[in-house]
Design a protein around this ligand. Structure first.
Ligand SMILES: Nc1ncnc2c1ncn2[C@@H]1O[C@H](COP(=O)(O)OP(=O)(O)OP(=O)(O)O)[C@@H](O)[C@H]1O
Length: 257
């Protein structure tokens, strides 16, 4: 796919995130001044040591976290929107129709069957009940969830089984932008292959992706570019505020290179 001349789907500028740890009266710099662009059909691998801010960056793009600075310009079907400042209702709509987040952790709802969890996005998109259920079962099968579990409640599933339900739900509809936070973390080999096949088809269909992978080799064939988050230390009081860090003489901050 030719991606060089296409305007970016996502343009991140000067993105900065800190956590104010009230109980310690200190500020932790998760990352600072991140700039990058992502185009339809492009796949960016996020790299960095433990604690470098990879998951925090994905959650900030997903708007679970509000950044303290910078912009996240996203070309939605309805026009450009800054995800860093958009109203919650717009974020909720984009999450339903355009942006997906895939994590290893399933937020299992009590007494909702696996097949219903996967069918829900299809129904919300207008698919008829039976059709949605058939498609949900197809994807549960693809990711290796045993048929006897389809009508069971995922709150009792193993970690890997929960993750497979998560993947099926997140990938059942093609979104325009996918945020991937270690989606292969506890998958068996069959499910990892199914995931890579699905991501590859979505990428070919123009879905843009940015993600963290514990074993990047799993997705080597998909990667177009890499962004590394690195850490560097700053002398205390050189940040945006003069809050004292109680247990370190130096404060860490994280920058994109
Ligand atoms: N909700 C939070 N409150 C305070 N600090 C946080 C919070 N979430 C993350 N952090 C801190 O931000 C830093 C970045 O964490 P993050 O989880 O983004 O790292 P990561 O690069 O994904 O690490 P890993 O490779 O270990 O998963 C860490 O020092 C972490 O302790």
């Amino acid at each position: 796919m030719q991606i060089l001349d296409t305007p970016p789907l996502l343009r991140v500028t000067g993105l900065t995130k800190t956590f104010h740890m009230h109980h310690l009266d200190s500020v932790l710099h998760a990352f600072e001044g991140i700039d990058f662009a992502l185009t339809a059909g492009e796949f960016i691998l996020l790299r960095g040591a433990n604690g470098a801010g990879k998951s925090t960056l994905l959650r900030t793009l997903w708007r679970s976290y509000l950044p303290v600075g910078g912009h996240i310009w996203y070309q939605s079907r309805l026009g450009e929107i800054d995800l860093a400042r958009a109203a919650d209702i717009d974020i909720a709509l984009l999450r339903r129709e355009e942006i997906g987040f895939v994590t290893q952790f399933l937020n299992a709802r009590p007494r909702v069957a696996a097949e219903e969890i996967v069918a829900e996005p299809l129904r919300l998109a207008g698919r008829a009940g039976n059709e949605a259920l058939e498609e949900a079962r197809h994807w549960l099968n693809q990711f290796g969830v045993r048929p006897e579990l389809w009508r069971a409640y995922p709150s009792t599933f193993s970690g890997g089984e929960q993750q497979k339900v998560n993947l099926a739900r997140a990938l059942v509809l093609p979104q325009r932008l996918l945020l991937l936070d270690e989606p292969t973390a506890s998958l068996d080999a069959g499910a990892r292959q199914a995931l890579v096949r699905r991501l590859s088809d979505l990428k070919a269909a123009g879905v843009a992706m940015i993600g963290v992978f514990h074993y990047p080799g799993d997705v080597a064939e998909l990667i177009d570019r890499e962004i590394s988050l690195t850490t560097r230390t700053l002398p205390q009081n050189s940040g945006q505020d003069d809050t004292r860090d109680e247990f370190n003489d130096e404060r860490e901050r994280y920058v994109a290179v």
